[in-house]
Design a protein around this ligand. Sequence first.
Ligand SMILES: [Mn+2]
Length: 325
Amino acid sequence: MNETFQAIKKALKSAKTALIVSHIDPDGDSIGSMNALAIFLSEMGLTVDHYSQDGVPHIYRFLPASELVKTRLEPNRRYDLLISVDASDIKRLGEKFKPREIAKLIINIDHHHDNTSYGDINYISRASSTAELVYNLIKALKFKIDKKIAENLYVALITDTGNYRYENTSVETFCMAIDLLKAGVETHSLTTRIYDTRSLSGVRVFAAALATLEVTPDHTVAWAAVTKEIMEKHNAKSEDLVGLIDQIRSIEKVEVAILFRQDADKIKVNFRSKSKVNVSEIARRFGGGGHIRAAGVTIQSDLAVVKQVVLAEVFKFMKASKYLV
Ligand SMILES: [Mn+2]
């Protein structure tokens, strides 16, 4: 067992209470990894709470332990241990969230290459997903993965790999999937829930968003902008837009896809690249971050202004080939 696992093992053994935290605007990896850890630690005998400031997106609510996710913490409640999952920076846990006041020890489990190592114990490794790290940890501790844990890890794994389509998919990813299937995961039923179930408002908002699509003359950059009006008209939630940017990226010749979304007085900007551009570097220039092929940032300004400055930076960036990866 490596040093990190040993340190985590020791921390888990001496803790009685733990809080597991997902990042804001949670995705499948964050929710699945958090739920899996919550189940695992309570089976180990710890008193566990798990917390997501923005709750659990509708699509992941069927997962075991999703029903126990807290969106509010009791004031003054303290824990022996806090474990963050899939959050590259401590700010990703929520603006008002104060991890240092809540727990004596912070364990940071994440697969983002730009993780700031804010934990007392940092388990950061380049894997397909945080779920892959949680899986490695449970295996290293020689704990049995039951069906409830497996379903959470499986959904986390398929959402972060785009159902094994993205280039982060590796031999380890498939080995883990085999193990999860052996633990009782029914891949067809989970995949149908995640990829083949859409709300009507979700489909309508996709159509409206795609109507705003623009591309550069050479078709290498494409973007769409979703205004508050579009969201309100279709009674859509942010989770209804999941997959939209992937559709933009799928356009022939497109290397960089960008989605602008108006959210109150802020603009959320998401980036995806197909195979060359390191979009996390573009996001970083505006104070954001992410992965090489998927990154994002939130900017407080007008939609028109944000579009202009971001697109200018993207075009500049694409000309500077040294950033291509
Ligand atoms: Mn992830």
